[in-house]
Write a protein that binds this ligand. Structure first.
Ligand SMILES: CC(=O)SCCNC(=O)CCNC(=O)[C@H](O)C(C)(C)COP(=O)(O)OP(=O)(O)OC[C@H]1O[C@@H](n2cnc3c(N)ncnc32)[C@H](O)[C@@H]1OP(=O)(O)O
Ligand SMILES: O=C([O-])CC(=O)C(=O)O
Length: 374
C-alpha cells in the first residue's frame, strides 16, 4: 500500500519532472532509469551505475573500461586543494571537509560553461575519495598520502587510501553495492537543494557544495553515523531492546528508521543487511549484527517502522574498519552521481524554482519613531 503523502515539508507535491529514478512507486520499489536497484546491485559495479545515471545508458564492456581508465586518471589533487585541506583541523567533521574540498575545487577548476558539466562531474567522482582521505590521513596520521592509486574502482581507491593497503575482494564488492544503493533517489532533500541551486543557472560546484550540506543532517544522510553512535552503545540484543523501548517511551527519534516516501520497506535495506551479515561472519562479530537485527525487530513490532538505507550501512561500514565520521562522506561519493544528473536535467529544461509561502506574520503597520519603541 502506497503511503498517503501530504502536509508540511512539501510532502507529496510534484516539484518537477525527472527521468532518473522512481521511488516507492509500488510502495517499496526503487529504479534507476528503469532498472531495479536490486538488479543493479546484484549484477553491476558502481562505475557502470554511475555511467548509467550520468550518461543515460548502461556501458558496454569497452565503454566501461574506458570510463574506469578515465576516472583513474582524474584522482590527483591540485596543490591548492591540498594546501586548503592541510589547514582544516583534525576535529572538523569530514562532511564539512568535503564541502570545503568541493568548493575549493570549484575555485581552482571552475566550470566555465555548462558544456563542461560531464567533465566536471567525472572529476569530482574521481577525486572526492582523494579529498576525504588526504585530509583524514594528514590530520590523523601525519602523512601526506599518494592519492593516485591504480585501484580498479572508486570503492577500492577509497579503502586503499584510508587503510594504507588494498582492500580484499569482499570489501571491494561491498563498496560497489553500497555506492550503487546510495547513488540516486529522486527529489530527496539534498538532490532538491542541488536542483534549486541549478535553477538559478549557478555552477555545478555550487550545486554540489549545497547538496553536501543538506546530506549532512541526521534526518538525511547523517543518519548512518547517528545509527552507529546508537548501536555501538548496546552490549547485547537484550540491552538494545531495553534501551530502544526507553527511547520510544520518551518519543525520541531513532536514526536509520522510517522514510518520507516508502510505506512498508526501503528496498535498499535487505540488500545492505545481507552484506552486513556476511561481513559480520567474516570478522567474527557476535554483538553488532545481532544488536542491529533486534533493533529492526523492536521498531517493527512497536511502531511498524522499518530500517531505511542507512541503518545496516552502519554495521557494514564498521565491519570494514571505516571510522564512523567517514560514513556520510561515502554517501556523498555515491550520491554525487544522482545530484549531478539532476543538475543536468534541471539545466536542460529550466525555470527558476521559487515556491510561494503562506504568510503568518503581522498585518501592515507603520514604523514608529525610534524614541517611541519598546
Ligand atoms: C538516506 C536517507 O536519507 S533515509 C532517511 C534517514 N533519516 C533517518 O533515519 C532519521 C530518522 N527518521 C526520520 O526522522 C523520519 O522517518 C524521516 C525524516 C526519514 C521521514 O520523516 P517524515 O516523512 O516526517 O516521517 P513520517 O511522516 O513517516 O512520520 C510518521 C510518524 O512516525 C514517527 N517517526 C518517523 N520516523 C521515526 C523514527 N526514526 N523514530 C521515531 N519515530 C519516527 C514520526 O515522528 C511521526 O510521528 P507523529 O505523527 O507522531 O509526528
Ligand atoms: O528520499 C529521501 O527522502 C531520502 C533517501 O532515502 C535518500 O535520499 O536516499
Amino acid at each position: 500500500m502506497a503511503k498517503v503523502l501530504s502536509g508540511a515539508g512539501l510532502r507529496g507535491q510534484v516539484a518537477g519532472k525527472t527521468a532518473l529514478s522512481t521511488v516507492g512507486k509500488s510502495g517499496s520499489g526503487l529504479t534507476y532509469r528503469g532498472y531495479d536497484v536490486k538488479d543493479l546491485a546484484n549484477h553491476c559495479e558502481f562505475e557502470e551505475v554511475a555511467y548509467l545515471i550520468l550518461k543515460g545508458k548502461l556501458p558496454n564492456a569497452s565503454e566501461l573500461a574506458q570510463y574506469k581508465t578515465k576516472l583513474k586518471s582524474l584522482r590527483g589533487l591540485p596543490a591548492g586543494v591540498k594546501t586548503v585541506l592541510e589547514t582544516i583541523p583534525a576535529d572538523a567533521h569530514p562532511m564539512d571537509v568535503l564541502r570545503t574540498g568541493c568548493s575549493i575545487l570549484g575555485n581552482i577548476e571552475t566550470e566555465q560553461d555548462f558544456t563542461e558539466q560531464q567533465e566536471a562531474t567525472d572529476r569530482m567522482l574521481a577525486c572526492f575519495p582523494s579529498i576525504i582521505c588526504y585530509w583524514y590521513r594528514f590530520t590523523h596520521d601525519g602523512v601526506r598520502i599518494d592519492v593516485e592509486t591504480d585501484d580498479d574502482s572508486i570503492g577500492a581507491h577509497f579503502l586503499h587510501m584510508l587503510h594504507g593497503e588494498k582492500p580484499n575482494a569482499l570489501h571491494e564488492k561491498v563498496m560497489h553495492v553500497s555506492l550503487i544503493l546510495y547513488a540516486e533517489h529522486e527529489f530527496n532533500a539534498s538532490t532538491f537543494t542541488a536542483r534549486v541551486c541549478a535553477s538559478t543557472l549557478s555552477d555545478i560546484h555550487s550545486c554540489i557544495t549545497g547538496a553536501i550540506g543538506s546530506l549532512r543532517g541526521p534526518l538525511h544522510g547523517g543518519a548512518n553515523e547517528a545509527a552507529m553512535a546508537m548501536i555501538e552503545k548496546f552490549t547485547s540484543p537484550e540491552h538494545a531492546e531495553e534501551e530502544m523501548m526507553g527511547m520510544l517511551a520518551r518519543k525520541e527519534k531513532i536514526m536509520g528508521f522510517g522514510h518520507a516516501v516508502y510505506s512498508e520497506s526501503d528496498p535498499r535495506n535487505e540488500i545492505i543487511k545481507g552484506w552486513s551479515e556476511k561481513l559480520a561472519a567474516d570478522v567474527g562479530d557476535t554483538v553488532l549484527y545481532p544488536v542491529s537485527v533486534r533493533c529492526e525487530e523492536v521498531m517493527w513490532r512497536e511502531k511498524k517502522l522499518f530500517c531505511n538505507a542507512d541503518f545496516f550501512h552502519a554495521s557494514a561500514y564498521n565491519f570494514m574498519g571505516i571510522p564512523t565520521p567517514l560514513f556520510t562522506p561515502i554517501f556523498v561519493m555515491s550520491r554525487l552521481t544522482g545530484w549531478a544528473a539532476h543538475v543536468m536535467e534541471q539545466r536542460a529544461d529550466n525555470r527558476i524554482i521559487r515556491p510561494s509561502a503562506e504568510y503568518t506574520g503581522e498585518e501592515l503597520r507603520t514604523v514608529p519613531p525610534i524614541g517611541e519603541r519598546d
